[in-house]
Design a protein around this ligand. Structure first.
Ligand code: FAD
Ligand code: SIN
Length: 519
């Protein structure tokens, strides 16, 4: 087995992993392993922007209030305070490194999205904010000679000895390798691929959460999955996001009879919190017996739209939809995971030597529903903090002595893996999606247990390993959703429409040696 020896291992090359690596590189050798090409990540596709209290009309205290309100009573206040207070410094630093956010004249241009009470969202190239962040961070990483980057290298499991994480096993060119490190940081992003409708790229299969769970780490808030209201719904078109910033710029939601309907559901109409808008769309689709609603920006000037949303304009045109003239068919899709590997304010998990940052982590900053455009900021702020803390701990030194791990010789036919993958994604969408109930969740649990043998198989392909992780994460989401007998934020149950007893608790899941999950 090939062994790579480093000081700090970072798993994932989105905003959180890259930001952490830049910090770690000032204290030792860093290896970044990433499953695909370095840019393939949710970060790369982020459209709307990054929320930060930097405009003249804004204050960190107001950003704090809006975040807490969107989180529907379950945000951890200290985590939110860190986010909003340290956010401006992380953004200004990014600008110093070359980030080009859009401007009006010489001043930064801020847009607004749902549940923000101020225009505070910076954007780049109109609707390609994430791409700009990824470009700047990768360029910065390239300036460090002590950062080694391994692409098409998929982390499989953590190396844990005597309760301490000492690196990870990974699949590279069909073989298992071991990366020994003093500290390891998970920055593997979200879980969108677990659902059949999602905005997330193919790499978002919940690997980091499943890996941490298998290693015995505590996960929290797994029932809270955010569904984005407006995702393209057209024959042969991909599940392409139509940014909330479009509603920020005045887009109206209309049902299939072309009637606006959001005012019937919430006083803030199109700018109501994301979970409210997603459920309103589902209600309207059911009421009008249709499979989509429309997003309408045709009342805005064509030149403005082409300049403000160039990526969305050109992508829609490829499917014969012109946002300046046509109503765009949309319906909701899984978008963001609020829960994840539980960390403290410095990214430390419940396993010594293991850190997590970004979407894979749960600092409690988003509560039950993330405020739009807060996650890129979270990646920067908490990626930085986790990098600082992991470097400090790594400096204390540790001896690495991991066991040989053989590449398993498993031959499950590809079509079996694909059948289970498709069925799982459909099951999660239909039974554990935007609107849930005890019956649907129990049906999902029953079906998931039929696939138990796949949870327990050691695969030797990316596709097989991903499926195992998707099943694990699907199980954890369903289990937590069953446990929360109430509706809060993005978790909505028709059999418990009120918040329920003890609604302010956070549900934790952990795997014990006997294989049990405790809540
Ligand atoms: P990611 O950027 O997803 O990076 C994860 C990395 O881990 C990838 O490099 C991946 O290849 C790698 N990886 C995964 N598994 C493994 C493994 N087993 N081994 C090795 N590597 C692995 N948020 C905002 O704040 N503003 C927005 O405008 C916005 N728009 C969005 C638009 C879209 C279409 C999507 C999908 C999300 C959007 N979000 C937005 C959410 C935001 O982009 C993400 O939450 C954020 O980028 C996550 O960053 P991350 O670094 O945690 O993970
Ligand atoms: C969007 O542009 O609508 C996505 C913003 C986000 O998820 O934060």
């Amino acid at each position: 087995m090939q062994i790579i020896d480093t000081d700090f291992l970072v798993i994932g090359s989105g905003v959180a992993g890259l930001r952490a690596a830049i910090e770690l590189a000032q204290h030792g050798r860093v290896a970044i392993v990433t499953k695909d090409i370095p840019t393939e990540s949710s970060t790369e596709y982020a459209q709307g922007g990054v929320a930060v209290a930097l405009s003249d009309e804004d204050e960190v205290g107001i950003h704090f209030e809006d975040t807490i309100k969107a989180g529907d009573g379950l945000c951890k206040e200290d985590a939110v305070r860190v986010l909003v207070e340290e956010g401006p410094a992380r953004i200004l630093e990014l600008i110093e490194w070359g980030a080009e956010f859009d401007k009006e004249g010489t001043r930064l241009s801020f847009t607004i999205e749902a549940a923000h009470s101020r225009r505070r969202i910076l954007h780049a190239h109109g609707d390609s904010t994430g791409k700009e962040l990824e470009r700047v961070l990768i360029n910065k990483v390239r300036t460090f000679k002590n950062i080694q980057r391994l692409q098409f290298c998929m982390a499989i499991d953590l190396i844990v000895e005597d309760g301490r994480c000492l690196g990870a096993y990974a699949l590279k060119d069909g073989d298992i390798i071991a990366v020994h490190a003093k500290t390891t940081l998970l920055a593997t992003g979200g879980v969108g691929q677990v659902f059949s409708r999602t905005t997330n790229p193919a790499v978002a299969t919940g690997d980091g959460m499943a890996i941490a769970y298998r290693a015995g780490a505590i996960l929290e808030d797994m029932e809270f999955v955010q569904f984005h209201p407006t995702v393209l719904f057209a024959p042969a078109a991909p599940q392409f996001l139509l940014s909330e910033a479009m509603r920020g710029e005045g887009a109206i939601l209309r049902n299939i009879f072309k009637e606006p309907f959001m005012k019937n559901y919430h006083p803030d109409a199109e700018l109501a919190p994301r979970d409210v808008v997603s459920r309103a769309i589902i209600s309207e689709m059911v009421r009008t017996n249709s499979s989509n609603v429309y997003l309408d920006l045709t009342h805005r000037e064509a030149e403005f739209l082409k300049k403000r949303f160039p990526r969305i304009y050109s992508t829609c045109l490829q499917y014969d939809l012109n946002i300046t003239k046509d109503l765009i068919p949309v319906s909701p899709a899984a978008h963001y995971m609020m829960g994840g590997v539980k960390t403290d304010l410095n990214g430390a998990t419940s396993i010594v030597g293991l850190y997590a940052a970004g979407e894979v982590a749960c600092t409690g900053v988003h509560g039950a529903n993330r405020l739009a455009s807060n996650s890129l900021l979270e990646g920067l702020v908490y990626g930085y903090r986790a990098g600082v803390a992991a470097a400090q701990q790594g400096g204390q030194g540790s001896k690495v002595n991991c066991q040989e791990r053989k590449t398993p010789d498993i031959s499950v036919p590809d079509f079996v893996l694909e059948e289970v993958r498709t069925s799982l994604r459909r099951l999660m969408w239909e039974k554990v999606g935007i609107i849930r109930c005890g019956v649907s969740l129990n049906e999902a649990m029953e079906k998931l247990s039929e696939w138990k043998h796949i949870f327990e198989t050691d695969f030797n392909t990316r596709r097989g390993l991903e499926l195992k992780n998707m099943l694990t994460v699907g199980f954890l989401i369903t289990r937590a959703a069953l446990e929360r007998k109430g509706s809060v934020g993005a978790h909505y149950r028709t059999d418990f429409k009120e918040r329920g007893e003890n609604w302010q608790r956070h549900i934790k899941v952990v795997k014990l040696a006997k294989g049990m999950t405790v809540l």
